[in-house]
Write a protein that binds this ligand. Structure first.
Ligand code: ADP
Ligand code: ASP
Ligand code: MG
Length: 437
């Protein structure tokens, strides 16, 4: 069985949702759907208004979104019976959302509101399949998708509960919600923005799928960020490691964690374009292509922390003390560079920055720089080969560089710059490494 995931734009209009139904009608698959595009953003805004106690504004936005869904269903469905079912379903989700405008608003209510997007899109899709006479079963993600106390997927729970759900209903075609899950307390939670890709990969690993297909609005992974650079091109094949690096360092097409579960089980991932299904897209698998430069990506919102200390000179145990602090505050480190008297570290989560800074100050002089980006060049830079570094830094000759990291793997050179230079850096690398304009 395959796992086939469709993102927000792929189900973003009634016409597109119908196209998705055509694409999966004859498949033996679990179909993972995101919310209709724009919905999660709209729900996030509603939640922000409720945090600020702007109840009337929130109610107004809820009504606006409800209206959009009413016109969506009238275009999607033609039989009176299905239309009535769809309208009842939507009304019930929206009155649930509306009920949160009356009471205390906390992160639990927010997460419940955010879950409604995927609950609605999957229910609508199934009503359409029913109308077309296509048999399918709806698998409630909240009954099998779960994260543990460290917010990591609970793979054992997922596999066993998914197996049970699959046995409860027989069909070639299953539909489920991306993104949403329960946490260790059984409360509604989610896999973070863009998390439907992660859902697809976790399900793929749980059922040992033959392949995982991620359908979106572009023909696969491009060699550079198409939102920033013109003339990017689709890459036919990527190794798991290359794809994971690109996803982690900003290639929005894939959720950062979505490669690993598939990689562990050796399941190929295909990235495909819903608007142009005949295009090949990108295959992500174990094989490594013989090429020097694969792609470039960039991640914003980076903070660099430099710890300078004379005590570090010829000392051991200094790095452990630093890492200890980051571990205690559950803050992952992205890039690290060291000299004999200083260590520079980057993080993308500033939640505990003040506390981390305070503790680091006992180890040495601390300097913080915000508004940075990591530009990541992915390729095959074996320790024996020559010239790649030259090409990268020649391209970046007009960009001020803060940090450089290579050697952690042979697939990645990471360069930290100020975000204001990101576009120039990505364009320069496109010209220098891929001969594009
Ligand atoms: P979906 O809603 O289907 O999950 P996303 O918006 O999350 O889609 O991801 C697809 C988008 O990712 C593309 O429209 C593109 O703008 C963006 N993107 C960023 N970097 C890349 C890249 N290297 N290759 C392809 N797409 C990329
Ligand atoms: N709907 C969620 C989001 O917009 C999850 C996803 O689309 O992958 O982030
Ligand atoms: Mg996405």
């Amino acid at each position: 069985m395959k796992v086939i995931k469709f993102g927000g734009t792929s189900v973003g209009s009634p016409e597109r949702m119908k196209k998705v139904a055509d694409l999966v009608a004859n498949e033996n698959a679990i179909v993972v759907l995101s919310a209709v595009s724009g919905t999660t953003n709209a729900l996030t805004e509603i939640a922000q208004l409720l945090y600020k106690n702007e109840r009337n504004l929130a109610k107004h936005s809820i009504q606006g979104l409800l209206k959009q869904y009413h016109s969506f269903v009238t275009e999607l469905l033609s039989s009176e019976q299905q239309l009535t079912k769809a309208k009842d379903m939507i009304e019930s989700h929206f009155s649930h959302i509306d009920s949160f405008t009356e009471d205390l608003f906390t992160i639990h209510e927010e997460k419940t509101i955010l879950a409604q997007g995927e609950l609605i899109s999957t229910a609508l899709f199934q009503l359409y399949l029913e109308e077309k006479g296509i048999n399918s079963c709806l698998l409630p993600a909240l009954d099998f998708m779960r994260i543990d106390k460290d917010l990591e997927p609970d793979n054992y729970y997922i596999q066993h509960n998914l197996e049970r759900e699959l046995k409860l209903c027989h069909s070639k075609l299953y539909i489920t919600q991306g993104y949403i899950c329960r946490n260790v307390f059984g409360e509604i939670d989610n896999l973070k923005r863009g998390g439907s890709d992660y859902t697809a990969s976790l399900i793929g690993a749980a059922i040992q799928a033959s392949e995982i297909e991620i359908w979106t609005d572009i023909d696969g992974m491009h060699n550079n960020d198409p939102r920033v650079v013109d003339n990017t091109f689709s890459i036919e094949s990527l190794s798991y490691d290359e794809a994971a690096e690109l996803a982690y360092f900003g290639a929005k097409i894939l959720h950062p964690a979505s490669v690993y579960p598939a990689q562990l089980r050796g399941i190929p991932i295909w990235l495909k374009n819903t608007m142009e299904p005949n295009k090949l897209g990108t295959k992500i698998a174990k094989e490594i292509e013989e090429r020097e430069f694969t792609a470039v990506a960039a991640k914003d919102g980076i903070t660099a922390i430099k710890i300078k200390s004379g005590r570090m000179l010829l000392a051991y145990g200094f790095l452990r003390k630093i890492f200890d602090i980051f571990e205690r505050y559950k803050t992952p480190i992205d890039v690290i560079t060291t000299s004999e008297v200083a260590v520079s570290i980057t993080i993308d989560d500033n939640t505990n920055l003040d506390a981390i800074q305070e503790e680091l100050s006992y180890l040495g002089e601390v300097e913080i720089n915000k508004n940075l980006s990591i530009v990541c060049v992915v390729g095959n830079f074996s320790h024996e080969s020559m010239g790649s570094g030259n090409q990268i830094f020649d391209s970046l000759q007009n960009i001020p560089i803060r940090m450089i990291s290579y050697g952690g793997s042979q697939h990645n050179v990471s360069i930290v710059i100020e975000t204001e230079y990101k576009k120039d850096a990505l364009v320069a690398l496109n010209n220098g490494l891929f001969n594009q304009n």
